[in-house]
Design a protein around this ligand. Structure first.
Ligand code: AMP
Length: 306
């Protein structure tokens, strides 16, 4: 090819890429008001468009983008929300330091061809002094619920509000927050909400670390230490068929307790449908779940063993 042709090709492919970005920016509708969003989505519903919804707290990474990608393939319109929900934080310092890179997030959503971003303020989502809760029973008080009292009340409050506003056909959540998915399934069933929930696989770095918005708080040493979490899960999975559940659990706890810079909250092997301790391998599905503090950063991870 002649050099002029190469330049032409480069220029035109750059031009096409820029045009695509511009079209995507124009196409991303951003709403901060729930009534305006609801009105906009009602029109799309009248046109028989299916609505897929991906709620997030922002600081978007490939994990979030994988949910959006799955939503894109299963729905006509993809709505994403970014809202750092104060009611699900039991530690004010954790809420304060939660990353909020909104401009970078908008760029990522644009690149992912999201149709609608809902970006409400706290006042738009909550009335002053608002306080109500759902009885979530057993699921609310184990694992994350035990270590973060009130967390799932906050999660269900905000997701219930989002579902009422967006009225999605399908909503997409990550397996990364396994207990959250079970709690939301239970809420949807309890309140008879007309939405299907899809649980999407965990996105990991090449070395196994589960992607999380909190990973940016890890120093390079802490990031290295954090690999103990996924290593413990992978080890349990690798030996699932040859060892008993008690041995798998105690070996993981011994490994994590001896891991440099890791302060273990829990490592449990539970029935993946009920989150009751799995007493035998003779159930449909089994999940191993881990939570630990690495430095000041609390991380969670899990793996399906069966
Ligand atoms: P968050 O912004 O942390 O509230 O997460 C928003 C959604 O992204 C939740 O459904 C999470 O489970 C999901 N998510 C977070 N991290 C990952 C990951 N590494 N892989 C897949 N989904 C994820």
């Amino acid at each position: 090819m002649l050099s002029g042709d190469i330049i032409k090709t480069v220029v035109s492919s750059e031009l096409i890429a820029n045009c695509r970005r511009l079209i995507a920016i124009i196409n991303l509708k951003i709403f901060t008001s729930k009534s305006a969003l609801s009105e906009f989505l009602n029109e799309l519903r009248e046109q028989k468009k299916s609505i897929g919804f991906v709620p997030t707290m922002g600081a978007l990474h490939e994990g979030h983008l994988s949910l959006i990608d799955i939503a894109r393939r299963q729905s006509d319109v993809v709505v994403c929300s970014i809202f750092v929900n104060p009611t699900q934080f039991n530690d004010p310092a954790d809420l304060e330091k939660y990353p909020r890179p909104v401009d970078a997030d908008i760029e990522k959503l644009t690149g992912a061809n999201v149709d609608v971003l809902f970006l409400p303020s706290v006042n738009e989502m909550y009335e002053p002094g608002e306080s109500w809760h759902l009885d979530l029973g057993y699921l609310e008080n184990v694992l994350e619920g035990k270590f973060r009292p009130g967390h799932y009340q906050g999660v269900t409050q905000v997701v219930k509000k989002f579902f009422d506003i967006v009225e999605p056909d399908v909503s997409f959540f990550g397996q990364k927050d396994f207990q959250q998915v079970l709690i939301l399934r239970s809420m949807v069933k309890m309140l008879n909400m007309p939405v299907k929930l899809v649980m999407c696989p965990i996105k990991r770095e090449d070395d196994g670390l589960a992607l999380s918005s909190r990973n940016i708080h890890l120093s390079s040493t802490e990031r290295h230490n954090a690999l103990a979490l996924s290593a413990s899960l992978n080890n349990a999975k690798a030996h699932f068929h040859e060892k008993g559940l008690d041995d798998l659990k105690s070996e993981a706890i011994a490994f994590l307790s001896a891991s440099e810079g890791v302060e273990l909250d829990y490592f449990e092997i539970y029935d993946a449908e009920t989150l009751q301790p799995a007493s035998s391998k003779d159930v449909d599905s089994i999940v191993a779940l881990v939570a630990a503090k690495v430095g000041e950063t609390r991380l969670i991870d899990n793996i399906l063993l069966k």
